[in-house]
Every structure is written in C-alpha cells, then in structure tokens.
Write a protein that binds this ligand. Structure first.
Ligand code: THU
Length: 142
C-alpha cells in the first residue's frame, strides 16, 4: 500500500522522537524506529545497548517485539532515524537480523521501510528490495 508524503513524514517524526530515548553509551549511535500497524497504531522503539555488547537490541526489533507483545500482527511500514550522537543523521538502513524479523511478520511486496535522514530527505523501499530471496515459514511448510 502506498503512503502519502505527509504520512511518511509523520512516521519519520515519530522515529526521531523515539531516537531521543536511545540507550547507546557504547556506540554513541542513536537509532529510533516507528512501526505503523495495519490498525493505524504506531509503536516506537530505540536501540538498547549493554556493557556485554551481545545483549544489545536494535531500534527496529525493539519496536517489533513491543508491537507483537501487544497483540499486533499486521504491519504497513517502519520509519528508521539514526546517526551518531552529536553528528549528522544518516541513512540508517536496518541490519540483516532486523530485516529477517520484519520478514516474519510482514508482506515483502507491500511492507515499506522508510529510511529517514530527515523529513525532507528519505528513501522508501519494500522489504523485498532489502531482503530478496529470504528464508521464511514457507520453507518449513508453515
Ligand atoms: N542499530 C540499530 O538500532 N538498528 C540497526 O538496524 C543497525 C544498528 C544499533 C545497534 C547498536 O546499538 C548501534 O546501532 C550501533 O551498531
């Protein structure tokens, strides 16, 4: 499903708000995500790091796991806003693990991944573009 520029910009705004909550004392790379569910709800997430590094969680997965824990299952789009703490914002693309989590819950042809450097400067991709030929439940005959 297509999104209007105003809808995209509103989602980027939420991702930027979520980024302010980033707990990233080790990388100083702050990421926020805003996940739009099919029912219109927007669930936010930020990256949450850990002194042991391994237990750290990306912003996108924080948003997905929060949403799924609230009973939500269908999703339309996610906006991501990231960059170094005191630097310029980046085009912060989701890591491979987060793309795989998206594939568990989202339709690859219609789910939109919005990379928001700013509300004027953003890129929109389908999940299929960022995770082609993915492994999924169908491989396990589910
Ligand atoms: N990070 C995210 O939150 N999302 C991504 O897709 C890539 C990386 C976070 C993880 C870590 O806290 C910091 O950015 C640096 O890798």
């Amino acid at each position: 499903m297509q999104m209007k520029p105003e809808e995209i910009q509103a989602l980027i705004d939420k991702a930027k708000e979520a980024r302010e909550f980033s707990y990233s004392p080790y990388s100083d790379y702050m990421v926020g995500a805003a996940l739009l569910a099919e029912n219109g709800e927007i669930i936010i997430g930020c990256n949450v790091e850990n002194a042991a590094y391994g237990p750290s969680n990306c912003a996108e997965r924080t948003a997905f796991f929060t949403a799924v824990s609230k009973g939500l299952r269908g999703f339309r789009a996610i906006a991501i806003a990231g960059g170094k703490r005191n630097g310029e914002s980046d085009f912060a693309y989701p890591c491979g693990v987060c793309r795989q989590v998206m594939a568990e819950f989202c339709d690859p042809d219609s789910f939109l991944i919005i990379i928001g450097k700013s509300r004027e400067d953003y890129r929109v991709h389908t999940l299929k573009e960022l995770l082609p030929e993915s492994f999924g439940a169908e491989n396990l005959n589910f």
